[in-house]
Design a protein around this ligand. Structure first.
Ligand code: NAG
Ligand code: NAG
Ligand code: NAG
Ligand code: NAG
Ligand code: NAG
Length: 445
């Protein structure tokens, strides 16, 4: 009964088993035998249709460990660790990946130091596996991945595009869906029928400019905290993976609306001295609550939702709009940095909402839908990378840079590790479906 013991620690079996009555227990061995007789020939047949892969990439089908069944993952928090030197070349460069946008193409615009490329994330108690583009494609072929959020969310998609483009060329299919090619992008990898898409929703919830002087970096905006931004809410239902994030936009002056009425505002005294001041962290919290609720309640949505946690900026030597910069050339060590202040408040608010939503979904919905919410907890690792932003080495085609960019991340660079985390989190999700087959495979000679 190898099958049962290997599965049991997932917790799914306990739920599943509790439904097995004594009578059904007696017929279980017979059923299992029947299944095996039916399934082995079928599986061998399917296997013969799988095209040959280079030997080094057979990892998906051989060398199974307990890890493949989610047994080990409890013991190691991959998000706690430190950056260690790793002189090996990055997965790709500005030459090998033609898709890097100028804002994040630090090499192209002459960043003189390349040491920021020579680090890898080392979790305290285990290793974070390297990104394997072929294995990634095998896991998600025929599927679709959406990044919902602001330009930092899109930044992660750019990194994933380049990581995957080392193996297969993507096609830009944005215009098949929209004419707004800055804010909404779609890429298709035809060889694997994999779609990547980015949805512009910097507040996640519905938002509008509300400054009589027009939109600037510091103008006031209105947020409708209980209404999801419809740009994503309308189109997200068919996506298999949805990675949500939000960040720096919540530093703005903001008016908060709930149930259609003005509830208060943050940093708005200059515009509306008589409106009640509320915390920006409250607005941030509610934006995530609304987002998660929308996804939980969305009819027909079968995707896995990831919260990619707050991405810290690293301005030093002045404020972001007055000379602040990020000129460090190496990561912080563990003792040099602490998650605190505004970063901590944002992080705490979103993770609390995430926990509430995921426990809600896990208690309400059958075992089959467990693990539909996953935490992509990039905040600490990113906080330790003050050296990985474009600073002055990023060029926007649309405007003259009036300040240094210590918000986005150079591509290639530390942000590739966000996708190593993503790869690592996706593996057990996809492998769970395959694990029954894999174990049968383990029995065959
Ligand atoms: C660097 O890459 C080589 C070849 O890909 C590999 O054999 C070696 O183990 C890598 N070094 C480290 C420190 O991972
Ligand atoms: C890549 O970066 C180098 C400098 O590191 C630069 O000389 C080269 O023009 C860049 N190539 C592209 C295609 O951006
Ligand atoms: C490609 O994947 C999409 C879902 O992402 C699916 O609707 C479509 O039928 C697939 N196309 C092919 C040719 O398999
Ligand atoms: C996108 O549109 C082009 C031109 O209209 C068409 O040839 C192509 O098949 C479309 N691709 C997808 C993936 O819909
Ligand atoms: C950028 O700056 C240059 C020189 O200062 C100026 O000529 C140009 O019009 C500016 N472009 C934009 C888009 O503001």
């Amino acid at each position: 009964m190898k099958i049962k013991t290997q599965h049991s620690s997932t917790g799914i079996d306990q739920l599943y088993r509790s439904k097995i009555t004594p009578q059904r227990k007696m017929i279980t061995p017979t059923l299992v035998l029947l299944l095996i007789m039916l399934v082995i020939p079928l599986y061998l047949f399917i296997d013969s249709l799988v095209p040959l892969r280079p030997p080094s990439k057979l990892g998906l089908y051989s060398g199974l460990t307990r890890r493949d069944f989610g047994v080990e993952k409890q013991h190691c928090d991959v998000f706690r660790g430190m950056w260690v030197p790793y002189p090996n070349a990055t997965y790709y460069t500005n030459e090998s990946c033609p898709l890097i946008i100028d804002q994040q193409n630090c090499l192209k615009f002459g960043r003189p130091d390349t040491d920021f490329l020579k680090w890898r994330w080392k979790p305290d108690k285990c290793e974070l596996p390297r990104f394997d583009a072929i294995e990634f494609f095998e896991m998600v072929k025929g599927k679709s991945i959406a990044f919902v959020g602001d330009s930092v969310g899109r930044n992660q998609m750019q990194s994933l595009l380049c990581l995957l483009a080392t193996v297969s060329d993507p096609v830009d299919i944005t215009l098949n869906y929209t004419s707004d090619i800055t804010n909404f992008r779609r890429w298709l990898f035809p060889e694997y029928n994999l779609t990547l898409a980015s949805f512009w929703a910097p507040f996640l919830v519905k938002a509008a400019d509300s400054d009589s002087k027009g939109h600037t970096y510091t103008s006031i905006m209105s947020l409708y905290l209980d209404e999801p931004e419809e740009t994503w809410a309308r189109d997200i239902v068919d996506f298999d993976y949805v990675i949500v994030s939000a960040g720096q936009w919540f530093y703005r002056p903001m008016m908060f609306y709930e149930k259609g009425r003005l509830a208060g505002c943050a940093s708005c005294g200059q515009w509306h001295p008589n409106v009640m001041e509320m915390s920006r962290f409250y607005g941030y919290r509610m934006a995530f609550r609304t987002t998660f609720r929308t996804l939980v309640d969305l009819k027909g949505y079968k995707g896995v939702t990831f919260l990619r946690t707050f991405s810290p900026a690293h301005y030093e030597n002045g404020p972001w709009n007055d000379g602040g910069n990020c000129i460090r050339t190496r990561p912080f060590g563990k003792e040099e940095v602490n998650l605190e202040g505004y970063d901590m408040e944002f992080y705490k608010a979103q993770v609390e909402e995430f926990r509430a939503a995921s426990s809600d979904i896990n208690s309400k919905i059958s075992w089959r839908r467990q693990n539909k919410f996953k935490l992509l907890d990039t905040t600490r690792a990113s906080l330790m990378r003050p050296d990985a932003h474009p600073n002055i080495y990023g060029h926007s085609p649309h405007r003259n840079a009036t300040f240094n960019d210590c918000v986005h991340w150079c591509v290639p660079g530390a942000i590739d590790t966000w996708n190593e985390f993503l790869f690592h989190l996706m593996k057990p999700l996809e492998n769970r479906k395959l694990s029954f087959w894999k174990q049968l495979r383990g029995w065959s000679p």
